[in-house]
Design a binder for this molecule. Sequence first.
Ligand code: MBD
Ligand code: FE
Length: 306
Amino acid sequence: MNRQEIDTLVKQMNVDTATAAVDQRVQTIVVRLLGDLFQAIEDLDIQPSEVWKGLEYFTDAGQANELGLLAAGLGLEHYLDLHADEADAKAGISGGTPRTIEGPLYVAGAPESVGFARMDDGSESDKIDTLIIEGTVTDTDGNVIEGAKVEVWHANSLGNYSFFDKSQSDFNLRRTILADAEGKYVALTTMPVGYGCPPEGTTQFVLNKLGRHGNRPSHVHYFVSAPGFRKLTTQFNIEGDQYLWDDFAFATRDGLVATAIDVSDQAEIQGRGLDKPFKHITFNIELVKDATTAPSTEVDRRRASA
Ligand code: MBD
Ligand code: FE
């Protein structure tokens, strides 16, 4: 079949057959995607067994709750960032901390505090470096944004995230910090280790077919929001990690690379109330003012909440 015949067939089956109210948007998307799929079957001579393997794959990936991970790994989520950047540019919006992917491991409902939070439960304190993250939330002119909501989440020393890893305590390494009167937030936590896809999982299965690894560099995720500003979804990725620029999820971006500085000065250690050297990262955040002409940065997706 040629494309015209395909489009006619798809329309006959899924448009002309409507006998009840139609969601026009869904219809448009379904018709387009089916046409593109049928065209790919033509072009690549995709065999029936291959079509069924594909559908079985989605069944398995869905049952394993790995479709979010797959979207990250295949670059769909990063593509959406690039597409949003382009839409912003077209709308004349620029500046602020760059966006990058949310990933599949956010959990709503983390404990909230003002200015400071300790994020770890202490269970790994003796096997991993302490990390202090601090920064200021400002607008693009440098004015501080008191009360900005800084949601932070990251992995433990094994690259695992609480909630998804049931061996961790509730909300371990997940906090919501409201910027103080100077716009500052400080997080006392442990150094994250980069995530790796479950080796026997459905995402790694496809990555193996593509000859790809499923590793991320060490990183820390953020949602930052404040009334009158565009919600920011971002992360910093930590300098020195072998996967910094070889991230299977393509989240590392210029402006989002953080350097963890070793601090061993006794006075500084004591001043922080700590008892051993620590690592320090500064990550300042600039939010962009909201405007009616600005594309929304709120993404509606299913998220865990505890
Ligand atoms: C992660 O920690 C992550 O950030 C992404 C994007 C995918 C898998 C695990
Ligand atoms: Fe992550």
